[in-house]
Design a protein. Structure first.
Length: 316
């Protein structure tokens, strides 16, 4: 079962950084308080006469404003959009021991975020039907939410984190590190090879081949560095590996799903995504030859195709 859906959720006005989001006019943001007291943020771009609403589940390190341009593209196709700042990132509450570290004690904490979002949706009442669009870590949170009964008609995944790209040696070392981290008291340390947030560099980045989309992301964290997030903790990685393994072992939800994955993907596990989709009776997998991790923020040759296929899929 998922986290309890609060019936008394309070929507308190929160900042929406329109100057860097480049989203549609009329957007708003709200604070939500989860069952454990953690404050998260949601953003809502309504649309007069919308035929449906897309629930955008961002990836690790991400935030609402990163998807402002996507909200514009979806609005042009007739969809309103709701996005969320997961706990520990964006303007949501950060880990008290270090705000620039991605950390949770358990991935079940994200289920509380989804429960608070569901209650907020009941209050905001965006146009139905609702559809899920989930990227990277949001793909893991979203798949778990589908198992928990998230009331959406169809689901779209972008480079979903159903496994993490690692060499066999890295996987063994990460697993061993996760199990000794608790008795050693190092769960709240950065994973090896990661550290505090630093400005991105286009050359050699693993996100997108498109300079314009990269600069769009860079401008956001340059003006609002509080949006930035560094590497994950050892504890986060251990929980992520456990969660993705559990999700991969479960039967696919009984819902139509469309998944996009770049052939140049270097962040999530390509074999894990292929394995999940191969056993999803109502699922389809699209491999984008040459695309990087951010297929929703890739070069127009990829991005336009993805948006067109999403529109066709949701309208089916």
């Amino acid at each position: 079962m998922g986290a309890r859906v609060p019936s008394d959720v309070c929507l308190t006005e929160a900042p929406l950084l329109d100057d860097v989001a480049e989203g549609p006019d009329g957007g708003s943001a709200y604070w939500l308080t989860c069952a454990d007291g953690t404050r998260i943020r949601i953003g809502y771009w309504p649309l007069a006469g919308a035929r449906a609403t897309v629930l955008m589940f961002p990836g690790r390190t991400e935030y609402i404003e990163k998807y402002g341009r996507l909200a514009v593209d979806l609005a042009a196709r007739g969809y309103a959009m709701v996005a969320v700042d997961w706990r520990g990132q964006g303007l949501a509450d950060r880990p008290p021991h270090r705000r620039d570290m991605g950390h949770v004690h358990s991935f079940a904490e994200y289920r509380q975020d989804v429960a608070a979002l569901r209650a907020a949706l009941d209050r905001l009442a965006p146009p139905k039907p609702w559809f899920l669009l989930a990227h990277s870590m949001g793909g893991a949170i979203g798949l778990r939410a589908l198992h928990d009964g998230l009331p959406v008609k169809r689901a779209v995944f972008s480079a979903p984190m159903w496994g993490i790209a690692m060499s066999p040696v890295q996987r063994i070392m990460s697993g061993a590190l996760g199990y000794v981290a608790r008795p050693m008291g190092i769960l709240k340390r950065f994973t090896p090879s990661t550290g505090p947030w630093e400005p991105m560099v286009f050359a050699g980045n693993r996100l997108t081949s498109d300079r314009d989309q990269f600069d769009y992301m860079e401008r956001q964290t340059e003006k609002y560095p509080e949006l930035g997030l560094g590497g994950p903790s050892i504890g986060w990685l251990h929980e992520a590996l456990s969660e993705t393994a559990d999700l991969l072992a479960r039967p696919a939800p009984d819902i139509p799903a469309l998944t996009f994955l770049g052939s140049a993907e270097k962040i999530v596990s390509i074999p894990a995504v292929k394995a999940r989709m191969a056993k999803w009776p109502k699922g389809e997998l699209r491999i984008l030859d040459g695309a990087e991790h951010e297929v929703l923020m890739e070069a127009p040759v990829y991005r336009d195709r993805v948006l067109d296929e999403i529109e066709t899929f949701l309208a089916a």
